[in-house]
Design a binder for this molecule. Structure first.
Ligand code: GN1
Ligand code: MG
Length: 360
């Protein structure tokens, strides 16, 4: 927990604070802590960046500033109106740096708050289509980002081979003593392991390229306006090189689920094919740079990211809940079971998903 004093001190490193400054918690991320700051009628987002997870904050911030300024230039070349609502704007600290490290070693940053935004965990087809266009455009705008490549913020973040390695270590150590309760799920994961590592193999063979990915394309990371138009893509911490199938797949995992990510009622969890179809349409309209092999593997990406999240939540459960913020003791296993149910639903519908993606 951050104290009021800490928050005010951090905020005043970015704003010339006075007595009217107010701060309250914002959002529901699993990783960082966010706060809404108000000063003289203007609103800002103050964030404590999770330094346990993001080891090199200067490189991370450097990525984010390169990405946002590249997008800002593109939007201004296109003559887009209201650019400050279409891309995140970070404030420099009073020392001119992009973040502030306090005496306790907490890293803070601040951005402008985009007013009157709407953010959803469940969307309809119209919004899914627009979100598809937005993420396709996001990748498209970044496809000519000048060298050097972006820093790999979390090494092997969406690398299934490496996620399985970590998972197997968690199973071997069984720190929480919970393994016997989840052995069936562990077996289900192992059954699919080899198939799920296919993208890494294709990459080694030089067939599947890495591009600039968002790497957390959950539906709640798209902001919409009151009319249902996309404002902007947020949560840029994990923007880094990756396979497009990952970004496509993570959106489907979060946006095309009839239930919730951590639904206890598994009968609610299944793939929503209309959302799948609408997002695919929007995405393929704007992501015009895709190779045939990338298109052929998009539907597989939906399965892969759902599988990966099953594995990540389960590994954290077996480890004793050290990574994700949990809201009750069994939260990680409920998350993992709900993700696995979604995976099974995708497996049942896979032929149809593949047909939608490869349809001419
Ligand atoms: C984490 O904190 P949040 O919601 O942005 C995680 C994602 C997972 C997601 C699962 C850095 O994202 O990779 O898919 O939770 N981010 C990190 O909901 O691990
Ligand atoms: Mg995130």
């Amino acid at each position: 927990m951050k104290t009021e004093k800490q928050l005010i001190e951090a905020a005043s490193k970015f704003l010339s604070a006075n007595a009217s400054l107010s701060i309250k918690p914002l959002g529901a991320g699993h990783i960082n802590d966010s706060f809404l700051v108000e000063l003289d009628g203007k609103q800002y987002v103050l964030q404590a960046i999770n330094h346990q997870i993001f080891k090199r904050i200067d490189d991370l911030q450097d990525n984010i500033l390169r990405v946002t300024s590249h997008i800002r230039n593109k939007l201004s070349e296109k003559g887009v109106a209201d650019i400050e609502r279409k891309v995140l704007t970070f404030l420099p600290s009073t020392d001119g740096t992009s973040f502030y490290k306090d005496e306790e070693g907490i890293y803070w940053r601040m951005m402008e708050y985009i007013k009157d935004n709407f953010c959803y965990n469940n969307i309809d087809e119209k919004l899914a289509y627009k979100a598809g266009r937005a993420f396709g455009e996001f990748q498209e705008m970044l496809s000519d980002l000048p060298a050097p490549p972006l820093f790999e913020v979390i090494p092997n973040f969406h690398n299934m081979e490496s996620r399985l390695e970590t998972f197997r270590i968690a199973v071997k150590n069984n720190h929480s003593g919970r393994l016997s309760k989840v052995q069936n799920l562990v077996d289900e994961i192992e059954k699919r392991a080899e198939d799920m590592c296919r993208p890494e193999q294709l990459h080694r063979e030089g067939k599947l390229p890495k591009r600039i990915n968002h790497c957390d394309t959950k539906v709640s990371n798209v902001l919409f306006d009151a009319q249902g138009e996309v404002l902007c893509v947020i949560d840029l911490d994990t923007v880094m090189p990756g396979y497009v199938l990952s970004d496509f797949g993570d959106f489907m995992r979060t946006g095309a689920n009839n239930g919730d990510e951590d639904d206890k009622d598994l009968s609610r969890v299944s793939i929503n094919m209309s959302i799948f179809e609408a997002y695919t349409k929007g995405y393929l309209e704007t992501a015009t740079f895709l190779l045939p092999i990338e298109i052929e593997n998009l539907a597989f990406g939906a399965k892969l990211l759902t599988y990966m999240q099953t594995v990540r939540f389960l590994a954290d459960y077996i480890d004793g809940d050290t990574y994700y913020k949990i809201h009750y003791p069994e939260h990680n296993i409920d998350r993992s079971l709900a993700q696995f149910k979604l995976l099974q639903s995708m497996e049942e519908n896979f032929d149809k998903m593949q047909e939608i993606v490869t349809r001419k």
